[in-house]
Design a binder for this molecule. Structure first.
Ligand code: DQA
Length: 145
């Protein structure tokens, strides 16, 4: 099966971006690890990071046509702003897990609302990049059910 990992704006800066909040790993470190873990189990993992809302939306539209089975999404700042990305995800009908590196509930009040959490299969936050690994593990189990 095929899993799509989507990373929202500024996540291309991981490694140097506020490392005390987001850690020292780069996005390539994370994507490579997820890719290898999925491949070991015979799955195909695709990923995209974009700073542009429309690119993420169009990727979700394509995912539907491509037959992506599950998505792992860190919408980053779009978590708190994007009705448009939410609607795209709903239109896709593809189940997903929402991931945040930081514990958004322990930060500024504006980070405590998500346009995705109520439509996600589950939400993981505050565990750093391990959140993506846990999401992948859960995604693979759900695909097999
Ligand atoms: C984030 C949390 C968001 O509030 C923030 O805008 C991000 C990253 C996280 O992974 O912790 O860019 O999604």
């Amino acid at each position: 099966s095929t899993i799509l990992v989507l990373h929202g704006p500024n996540l291309n800066m991981l490694g140097t971006r506020e490392p005390e909040i987001y850690g020292h790993e780069t996005l390539a470190d994370i994507d490579d690890r997820l890719h290898n873990k999925a491949a070991e189990k015979g799955h195909h993992l695709l990923h995209l990071q974009s700073n542009a809302e429309y690119e993420l939306i169009e990727r979700v539209h394509e995912a539907r046509a491509e037959g992506v089975d599950f998505m792992i999404i860190n919408p980053a700042a779009f978590t708190h702003t994007s009705v448009a990305l939410r609607d795209a995800v709903l239109a896709s009908g593809i189940p997903f897990i929402e991931v945040h590196l930081s514990n958004v509930h322990a930060r500024e009040p504006f980070r405590q609302h998500s346009y995705f959490s109520d439509i996600a299969e589950g939400v993981i936050c505050g565990l750093g990049s391990q959140g993506y690994d846990l999401a992948l593990q859960a995604a693979l189990q759900r695909i097999h059910r």
